[in-house]
Design a protein around this ligand. Sequence first.
Ligand code: FAD
Length: 459
Amino acid sequence: MASPAAVFARLSDPNPPTDTPLVLGTAIVLGGSVAGLLAARILADHAESVVIVERDDPGASTEPRPGVPQGNQIHGLLPSGLVQLERWFPGFTEQTLAAGGRMAAASVRRTYISGVRKAAGSQTNFLTGSRPFLEAQMRRRTLALPNVKSIVGRAAGLDFDGGAVTGVRVEADGAETVERADFVVDAMGRSSRLSDWLEQAGWQRPAMQRMHVDVNYATTMFHRNHDDFDLNAVIAYGATGGSTDATGANFIQIEGDRWQVLVAGFKDSKPGRTIEDLRRFCAGYPAEFGEVAAKEPVGEPQTYRHADSRRRDFHALRRLPARLIATGDAVASFNPVYGQGMSSAILHASALSEYLRSRPDLSRPARQFFALQKVLVDAAWETSTRADLELPHVDGPYPRGYWLMKRIGGQVTAAAVHDTDISRRFDEVTYMLKHPGTLAKPGVLLRAFMVNRRARKRA
Ligand SMILES: Cc1cc2nc3c(=O)[nH]c(=O)nc-3n(C[C@H](O)[C@H](O)[C@H](O)COP(=O)(O)OP(=O)(O)OC[C@H]3O[C@@H](n4cnc5c(N)ncnc54)[C@H](O)[C@@H]3O)c2cc1C
């Protein structure tokens, strides 16, 4: 049995597969956002036809839409997501840049931890743009595939026969029809009703784990002039000082010569609800935040409250119908501060590809898929919830081995501020390029310990 780190490395392979057996007739994907589009891309290799059922009709729009209400908030695409997008859509980066996306090379990125600039780390590039813009690039590439189409409608339930899913009930124009399916993917996001449907049809609903993080987001756009500084993807965890109760800030360049600036707070802290308030809070962060926030705003600040991180444990279900999987936020959605959501959803597609390439017995539940996906979900969950458990208002649930993880994480995070080698390893994990277990290696811990000891002596 391969270790989680080895499975994670395999699923992160940047090369497209060469062996893609046709194993399905019609596959239906419920939800046409990041997870659904990437699942459709994989299914196109293995099914005669793929149908995406999406309740919005986004067309080629690059504007936020009702089905993805968080779309007006800043969204960082982690390098792991970009590597996988290149894998499934060769030339994705170049095309996105041509459409107006922006590149954030390591030389123009900065990370601050409690006001102190972190040592240079991973040299991997980021690609930045607004969330609907990035999604539109994925949609364009997916719908260009000859055997993929999208229909506008609301998925309202599933049909089962024996131990398998056989169809999807779709509501459109006031009528309900049944679309027959050989395989169904739930990509309906964190509010997916799949668990209810399973329970209503006599199956088990997956257990849901929740961590109440209570994050308040406020994102504002500003005009970017051509002679503005070229910084991109600047992130600050914790403010520098002053009377701020904001807990994180971030800015990126996006398409249309704009900046997007986020100020976040936890629980009762709701910073950045007006331009004046945003500017006041930016003064508590490194100077470049104030410089961007002083530009001419484009529209009003947009706010969003994210109550909890949650995961549904499909992998643990004893009774599960065959020919059904779930992916993206429908399985796990995290505190957005860590920017893991889109890249997780994109990596889940890699698990689907490996599952279908194994020519699975489709009369049995897709346990092999859920086991692969669990490795990805565990990794993202461990990284984000370990950090969240340090927040005063978050009181669990504490995972097994938490106190050891906390000590290891504390040493590595502190050392990453001073040491480029630890900083690179830290970035590779937070960028989801490597499994968090890579930070617990004895050599890494010893180095982190020595770095911190030297830093304490200097202080
Ligand atoms: C405030 C905030 C900030 C975030 N910032 C980041 C970030 O910086 N980086 C990052 O990577 N991630 C971020 N995320 C997470 C990211 O938005 C999600 O992880 C990502 O959108 C997951 O995609 P998805 O396709 O699984 O679900 P969603 O994007 O939620 O899409 C679900 C889709 O299903 C459709 N749908 C739902 N029900 C039905 C139905 N019954 N029938 C048909 N269609 C249906 C919806 O219309 C929608 O298109 C953030 C999230 C929030 C809340």
